[in-house]
Design a protein around this ligand. Structure first.
Ligand SMILES: [Zn+2]
Length: 432
């Protein structure tokens, strides 16, 4: 048997620490440990269920369907490689609440569940324009006690699947199996009692093992896509009840094949423009690129600007259903620019400078290493947001009417030409 490992995104490692100095905007302090996964998705593996949704794509989109090398664990490439949970239609999320003898569940297990639902399925419904019908299910409504103590599993930040998580998943399957048919679900959420392990302010343990065909088998199917959520992401700002759930859509993003966009430098590459970049604090949406990757945009909503010449496009706000959402300018077989319109609506509650967001996507850069970089139209401005736990500098990164993005080396110019009464924005793309 070929030794091949699981896709393991680097552990989540954003650690916010509120500054105590009066009047200071809280900043993200980063706890750094790149724990690159030990393996990658083996070529040719596939799940029993359907893979990622068939993407809206035509031959006209071909040059924009960039892809990374096989050594990339989790790539921004389109289409997403097989093995992940599908991201359109009805997706059934088995949700288990677990506790341990040395960390017994406090309160009701269903109260733990209620920290994440219905907010998580609403978040997905909004972001996907109704294309992802996320159904959390709790066939076991009490705490599921694991046979070993939390300490015995050796779970810590960056812990690999072997051996601790394998043991935990095996035990979890054994404990749940009498009441659960694992074949019925597309993904698994494990909501760990929050008193197990350190505070999220110190160490974020929450992690997802995605596309993991080597996972223990339950009812004949591997537990291939599983998100584990630990202590509460409560930054003390009083917003936990509103925003604490957002770790779960982030972790589920991995289950659907999305990489981490934060890097060792934190949210400095993408800021608050995607939940895979920042999932603390105020709500945020996904990039248009991710929505395309997840199958939430029609082919008519994505334009591939690969040919030389000048073309005008009208972008509608990404948060609204319908209309043109994304213009992609491929630069090579592995990278391209993406252009979209971001406004303060839907899941994007902190947008303080509505406008055209321009970023580079590199399918050959791995999760956590900066596969997406947002261009800042207002460098060193300090940004326009005052929300805690939002990367401020990039919050005003958008280009507005009359502004132009230029990459002379690649012969690319993107000008924001105007805005109409409905909020749509025109752009003119020129390629030499
Ligand atoms: Zn992550």
């Amino acid at each position: 048997m070929q030794p091949h490992g699981q896709v393991q995104p680097p552990s989540r490692r954003i650690r916010p620490r509120r500054l105590t100095a009066a009047g200071t905007v809280a900043v993200l302090t980063l706890a750094l440990s790149t724990s690159a996964g030990t393996g990658r998705l083996a070529p040719g593996t596939s799940t029993a269920g359907p893979g990622p949704a068939a993407l809206s794509r035509t031959s006209a989109h071909g040059p924009c369907m960039i892809s990374g090398g096989s050594e990339i664990q989790m790539s921004e490439g389109v289409p997403t490689s097989s093995g992940y949970a599908r991201s359109t239609g009805t997706v059934r999320a088995l949700t288990l609440m677990i506790d341990f003898s040395d960390a017994p569940g406090e309160g009701k297990a269903l109260d733990r569940y209620a920290e994440f639902f219905p907010k998580t399925e609403e978040w997905f419904r909004t972001s996907s324009y109704g294309r992802l019908d996320y159904r959390p299910e709790t066939p076991i409504r009490d705490w599921l006690r694991m046979p070993k103590s939390f300490a015995e599993y050796g779970i810590e930040r960056g812990a690999p699947f072997e051996p601790g998580y394998r043991k935990l998943v095996q035990d979890l399957v054994a404990a749940a199996d009498p009441k659960v048919d694992f074949r019925s679900y597309d993904l698994v959420n494990v909501l760990v009692t929050p008193n197990a392990g350190p505070s999220a302010l110190d160490t974020v343990l929450s992690v997802t093992f995605a596309g993991n065909q080597e996972a223990p088998v339950a009812d004949g199917v591997p537990v291939a896509n599983a998100s584990f959520v630990y202590s509460r992401q409560d930054d003390g700002s009083g917003s936990y009840d509103e925003t604490g759930y957002r770790v779960l859509p982030h972790e589920n993003g991995h289950v659907f094949g999305l990489p981490d966009l934060y890097t060792q430098e934190g949210g400095g590459a993408v800021g608050h423009w995607d939940i895979m970049s920042e999932d603390w604090g105020a709500n945020n949406d996904l990039l248009g690129w991710h929505k395309w990757k997840l199958g939430w945009l029609d082919r008519t909503q994505v334009h591939c600007a690969s040919a030389p010449g000048t073309t005008e496009y009208t972008l509608t706000p990404l948060a609204r259903k319908g209309g043109d959402k994304l213009v992609v300018l491929p630069l090579s077989g592995t990278s391209g620019y993406a252009v979209e319109l971001r406004t303060r609506e839907g899941n994007d509650e902190t947008v303080c400078r509505p406008g055209v967001l321009i970023y580079k996507v590199d399918a050959d850069v791995d999760t956590g290493m900066g596969p997406v970089r947002v261009y800042d139209s207002e460098r060193d401005s300090g940004g326009c947001t005052r929300s805690p736990n939002v990367h401020a500098e990039l919050s005003d990164a958008t280009f507005t009417e009359g502004e132009t993005f230029k990459d002379p080396r690649k012969g690319v110019t993107i000008k924001v030409t105007g805005k109409d009464g409905t909020g749509d924005v025109g752009i003119r793309v020129t390629r030499k």
